[in-house]
Design a protein around this ligand. Structure first.
Ligand SMILES: [Zn+2]
Length: 405
């Protein structure tokens, strides 16, 4: 019975996500909103539509395959088989769960690998975005794996250890551990991890630096960590972001952004990023996520006491890892709803940061910066509202431009 519910949820989540993708794709040829009508000529519009279609098709193939494999693994006892295979190596409960989860993540990464390769070296390449060389790809893969082994491994081991030793209070201790770890990553994650993958250089003295310094002084923002990142190492697409909290705050501009935009436009982008800081968006989003984690740990602690979470998958004895897998699948519909909530909050913050830039700097430069970066990345100008609600962290271009008029 529980297994039927679990499989039904896997199917339900797949159907909802695919339906959203389909709705979005079906609007590819919809009339373009007036605000962005001037952005593409006919050829650029059709290239943007083709790019969207290629990504849609690849996404559909990979999610169908992953869903099919998940259903087979659940119903054919593959997970239980992996569990008893790992039990042949160790009887230590913490080690057992760690090896099991590591093996599972290797298997799922291996399944996703061909799709990642196709996305980067075929789709992104054909549309002129890709800068990733096979060497960079391989190094990223190795470094990414090492970082998760070194960083996520010990945290996961501690969570399992807490579960084994404090069954009753596990939810609270587990949450405290994750909350402390999240706070650390939130403050220092970018500073510690990003340099492993990218080169960060302080913005050199010059016209841009002067303009940025002037703007920051006018806003009473102490400009400490402003870096230019070699985003061009992987893609021609331009970007910028803000991270950290208090004195650990940091702004990163992609070199592609600095190269493509005028000085005033870069300051416009920076004004938006500082808006996120001044209006406490990063802090609010962090608190939101900590509270959601608390709710998830409370549910996890409550449901882990039921052995059926493991035995439903065909295992003879219950284990943290099998129960956790069942739990996170059951959480699927709730996760979709949380995504809806978090993304709507994020889009509201983006509008708000735009307004901050509009008031403190210049709406005109912010508009042209948005137009240039969207055009340059072949952005979809006619996304479906339902798709936007579930998947967009930023409002569609037309809406942002309208709010900046
Ligand atoms: Zn933003």
């Amino acid at each position: 019975m529980l297994l039927t519910v679990v499989v039904a949820i896997v199917v339900l989540v797949f159907v909802i996500e695919s339906l959203l993708d389909y709705l979005n794709q079906s609007r590819a040829h919809a009339p373009i909103p007036a605000e962005v009508a001037h952005l593409y000529d006919e050829k650029e519009r059709s290239t943007s539509i083709n790019y969207g279609y290629e990504k849609y098709r690849l996404g559909l193939i990979s999610s169908s395959l992953m869903t099919a494999v998940t259903i087979l693994a659940l119903t054919q006892g593959w997970l239980a088989a992996l569990d008893s295979w790992v039990r042949g190596f160790t009887s230590n409960t913490v080690l057992l769960s760690l090896i099991f989860l590591a093996a599972l993540s290797v298997i799922s990464s291996a399944l996703e690998l061909p799709f990642n390769l196709y996305s980067i070296f075929s789709i992104e390449e054909r549309f002129g975005f890709n800068k990733v060389t096979p060497r960079t790809f391989l190094l990223d893969l190795i470094k990414g794996t090492l970082v998760s082994v070194v960083v996520a491994g010990p945290v996961l081991a501690l969570i399992i250890w807490l579960y084994v030793n404090f069954a009753e209070k596990f939810w609270l201790y587990g949450w405290l551990l994750v909350a402390a770890f999240s706070l650390f990553t939130f403050m220092f994650g970018t500073r510690l991890i990003l340099p492993l993958f990218n080169k960060l250089t302080p913005l050199p003295e010059g016209e841009l630096k002067t303009a940025i310094t002037e703007y920051c002084q006018s806003q009473g923002y102490s400009l400490t960590r402003l870096f230019v990142m070699d985003g061009s190492k992987r893609s021609t697409k331009a970007n910028a972001f803000f991270s950290g909290l208090g004195r650990s705050k940091m702004i990163v501009l992609f070199d592609t952004l600095v190269e493509k935009l005028t000085t005033k436009e870069v300051v416009g982008v920076l004004a938006h990023e500082i808006g996120h800081y001044k209006r406490k968006h990063t802090l609010a989003m962090f608190i939101m996520s900590i509270l959601q984690t608390l709710a998830i740990f409370a549910l996890l602690g409550w449901l882990l006491q039921y052995e059926q979470l493991s035995t439903a998958l065909g295992a003879e004895q219950s284990s943290f890892h099998l129960s956790a897998i069942t739990f996170f699948i059951l959480l699927g519909p709730l996760n979709l709803l949380l995504g809806l909530l978090n993304n709507s909050l994020s889009r509201k913050n983006e509008f708000d940061a735009d307004q901050f830039g509009k008031i403190t700097y210049s709406a005109k430069e912010m508009r042209t910066a948005l137009e240039k970066t969207a055009k340059d990345s072949l952005a979809n100008l006619t996304p479906h509202p339902a798709y936007v609600a579930f998947n967009y962290t930023h409002p569609p271009l037309a809406e942002r431009l309208r709010a900046l008029l």
